[in-house]
Design a protein around this ligand. Structure first.
Ligand code: DAH
Length: 362
């Protein structure tokens, strides 16, 4: 064997021994640099191959590269072995103390509006209504015209509508001012009978202690062959009694006007004042809580529903108002200030289910 090759063999033997002797990953890394690093003896030998005499040069490069491969694979194996050993020793010595108390994770709270919506949907669901939805950005037809408010209708001036900028040559859209446009979508979507509720956000350019620019409503719509004002009254009375958990809540219908209902009514519920505040239930005072009525035949016409066969009722109520009354929340603006201390006080344990039908006659 040439001196060059026996030198290479001695170097390989020495480096392989160093790999096996490395006691930990740091040691091994030092061996790796010594064996394969840019300034390693092996690399120096590789560089000197070019100056060997012709017959020695042939095969010398190849031989050195094979040495390099063998060293690299020995390093990999030793690395894996050291890691396994480290894991084994941790497993042998570390113990999880399962008797330690766990770290406390404060549970989240459900926002009173979410809770109120859930309660309302649960009650109305039991009464046979299913949830329907519509977009927050509405067109003029659904928010106004189809609800019997054509462009010049004075009722359009009653609400402060948020208008969106019209795209070039396109129609100016609005943020829906109420959930009533979902009635139109439900009426146009399929054949009656229909029983839907539309919970969701609504928008008006308005802000004080009882108004926010964004608030929530639940719309109700029932269409069938022979629904009457009596069914409307029964539905509303059942709903408010279940919601407030009291059988003694009285419901009063006062004549009113909405373009999309005829006749129209405003609903009042009974309450009394106590030292602790308002108490919903039997009492001599009345609170206005929603608008309702029999769906105007012109709304049915606008949706292609035959007014000689179908009729029904609708209502729209403000969710914040109901939540304020039930949970004693004095200022509507606080619902949307994202104050964590407020939420801790007025929010709800998400796992506790309210007993919704408790206050009802069986
Ligand atoms: N859309 C009305 C409002 O926002 C509320 C309303 C009144 C809805 C009467 C109805 C209804 O469906 O029949 O003020």
């Amino acid at each position: 064997m040439s001196t060059f090759l026996s030198q290479a063999a001695a170097l390989e033997e020495e480096l392989l021994a160093a790999v096996q002797a490395a006691a930990d990953p740091d040691d091994l890394e030092a061996v790796r640099i010594r064996a394969l690093g840019r300034k390693s003896e092996l690399n120096g030998m590789l560089r000197s191959v070019a100056s060997l005499p012709g017959d020695e040069r042939r095969g010398a490069g190849q031989h050195l590269n094979a040495v390099k491969e063998r060293l690299a694979s020995a390093l990999r194996e030793r690395h894996a072995a050291l890691e396994d050993a480290a894991l084994e020793s941790r497993l042998a010595t570390e113990r999880a103390d399962i008797t330690l108390p766990s770290r406390r994770q404060p549970p989240g709270r459900a926002h009173p509006i979410s809770r109120t919506l859930d309660e309302m949907i649960a009650i109305l669901g039991e009464l046979g209504f299913r949830v329907a939805e519509g977009p927050h950005i509405e067109d003029d037809f659904h928010n106004f015209t189809a609800l019997n408010m054509p462009p010049e209708h004075p009722a359009r001036q009653d609400v402060d509508t948020f208008y969106l900028r019209a795209p070039d040559g396109g129609e100016r859209k609005v943020l829906r001012t109420h959930t009533s446009p979902v009635q139109i979508r439900a009426l146009r979507a399929g054949e009656p009978p229909i029983r839907i509720i539309a919970p969701g956000r609504t928008f008006r350019c308005d802000r004080d202690a009882t108004h926010a620019p964004m608030f929530h409503q639940i719309e109700g719509l029932a269409i069938d062959r022979d629904l009457t004002m009596g069914h409307l009254k029964g539905t509303i009375a059942t709903f408010v009694r279940a919601f407030f958990g009291r059988d003694d809540v009285e419901v009063r219908f006062r004549p009113s006007y909405f373009p999309f209902t005829e006749p129209s009514a405003e609903v009042d519920i009974s309450y009394r004042r106590t030292e602790r505040g308002l108490e919903i239930g039997a009492g001599g005072d009345w609170l206005e809580v929603m608008g309702c009525g029999m769906v105007h035949p012109r709304v049915l016409d606008n949706c292609g529903v035959d007014r000689t066969t179908w009729q029904g009722f609708a209502w729209g109520l403000g969710v914040e108002r109901f939540a304020m009354l039930k949970y004693g929340i004095p200022d509507l603006r606080t619902f949307f200030e994202s104050d964590v201390a407020w939420l801790r006080h007025y929010g709800f344990d998400m796992l506790a289910r309210p007993n919704l039908l408790d206050g009802l006659d069986p």
